[in-house]
Design a protein around this ligand. Structure first.
Ligand code: ADP
Length: 418
């Protein structure tokens, strides 16, 4: 066998090669595409060792075989499908024995596989191969330089290739991780979109039969005797509850449509707040809650999509009513603060623990555990309000004292003329 183990390296790399290695290391550290890295590495490996070609084989952790990932003598990637086993192959020996090897004449090495040369019509005469390692020093592949162009491979070539392989291995492992993360992120986004589309379609489809039910219930209610009327009221309450849930789901469409769908107009925010209380809320009335509203005498002009901001305000008021017990107090307050309009909803309700004050603005997050919930809802209202307010370059936040009450505030930029 013509394998020649190389003795421990002495510092033989000359200054120009070292300078070149430093420059290569800088490029490798700033390249994030795996393909880009592989091609850059083989080009540099061939140039640094004065070889006709260079190639990189990486270990597949599942099949435990090596695969060509880049080869400068096979630009059309025709080698990528040829697996190289770890046993009885030159590259496999380099990886398993974890050391550089020089094969001066491949034709005299029984591990030599001529299929590879034939596949790309390249005559391999000698190979200088070194193992590549990841950041944990695990052997992850092999870097090979093929056919020295002038003379024979030297110790300096072996040392240079070893250093290049080590810098390259870490860079490749890092880029592979980054690509896997990007892929996972893309898949998560796709899943999120599927879920959002499903919610939009389902809520839309539920609305039509529900309107029919509500229509017939109110028609029957008019004709019904007192006994039956009580039962129909219960059906109607349940239907209203269902309609509110569906409305929450439908409001997601505003969020997904994004900024481009906003119909922005100048509005006096006092008018929008007045709409909130124009019709007394049945739940608040039945709980004997007092709702008061305060606003300044002068208009507070903002540039908003009226329906969208009304939805955000309504979500805050609905929550205040829902989480405030019988006889509680709810204050709506509108004021100008610097260049912003602040709308706050303060209640004397159950309050929110301090560590949940930011978390409740995420989708489907509710303070009460799902299975022990006393309050109805999907956990969507605040996240929708937050997204809608942020589409208007505004902010939303909550302050609260548990058992005493909460205050939710929405800040919107004032409309400046011109
Ligand atoms: P939902 O009201 O449908 O549960 P939201 O997104 O509107 O969903 O609110 C999320 C959670 O924030 C609620 O489940 C509740 O735990 C808490 N919360 C919201 N508003 C109030 C409030 N005014 N008082 C107490 N807790 C509140």
């Amino acid at each position: 066998m013509s394998t020649q183990p190389l003795t421990p390296p002495a510092p033989t790399i000359d200054a120009p090669r070292l300078a070149r290695l430093v420059e290569i290391s800088r490029v490798l550290n700033s390249t994030t595409s795996v393909d880009g890295l592989l091609h850059y590495i083989i080009k540099q490996a061939a140039a640094l060792t004065d070889s006709e070609a260079a190639s990189i084989l990486l270990l597949d952790p599942h099949t435990r075989q090596l695969y060509f990932k880049a080869a400068s003598n096979s630009p059309d990637n025709s080698l990528t499908h040829i697996p190289i086993p770890l046993d009885n192959s030159i590259a496999g020996s380099i990886l398993q024995e974890n050391r550089p090897m020089l094969i001066a004449d491949v034709t005299r090495d029984p591990r030599w596989n001529p299929d590879v040369s034939q596949a790309i019509n390249f005559q391999t005469k000698c190979i200088l191969g070194v193992p590549m390692h990841d950041a944990d020093r695990q052997a992850m592949g092999v870097l090979e330089a093929l056919n020295k162009q002038h003379g024979r491979f030297t110790r300096q070539d072996a040392e240079t290739l070893t250093i290049l392989a080590d810098i390259a291995g870490v860079a490749i492992a890092r880029a592979q991780l980054a690509e896997a993360l990007q892929q996972a992120y893309r898949e998560l986004n796709e899943l999120d979109q599927v879920k959002t589309d499903f919610i939009a379609v389902a809520s839309h489809e539920l609305r039509t039969p529900l309107s029919v039910i509500m229509g017939y219930v109110s028609f029957l209610r008019e004709e019904a005797d007192p006994d039956m009327a009580g039962q129909l009221d219960t059906v109607m309450d349940a239907a209203v509850h269902l309609r509110n849930l569906i409305q929450d789901m439908l409001n997601l469409r505003y969020v997904d449509a994004g900024e481009s769908m906003l119909d922005l107009q100048a509005w006096d925010l006092r008018e929008v707040v007045a709409e909130l209380t124009a019709v007394p809320d049945e739940t608040a009335v039945s709980r004997r809650q007092t709702i008061t509203s305060h606003h300044p005498p002068d208009p507070i002009i903002v540039r908003i999509d009226h329906d969208v901001i009304l939805t955000a305000f309504t979500n805050l008021l609905d929550n205040a009513i829902k989480f405030t017990p019988e006889g509680g107090q709810i204050d709506l307050r509108l004021e100008q603060r610097g260049h912003e309009a602040w709308f706050s909803v303060c209640d004397t309700g159950i309050g929110i623990p301090a560590d949940k004050l930011e978390w409740i603005f995420k989708r489907f997050c509710q303070v009460e555990p799902a299975l022990r919930r006393r309050y109805e809802g999907l956990g969507l209202g605040l996240s929708i309000a937050k997204d809608l307010v942020e589409l208007h370059n505004g902010r939303i936040w909550a302050e609260s004292t548990p058992q005493q009450g909460s205050a939710f505030t929405i800040a919107l930029p004032l409309h400046s003329e011109g």
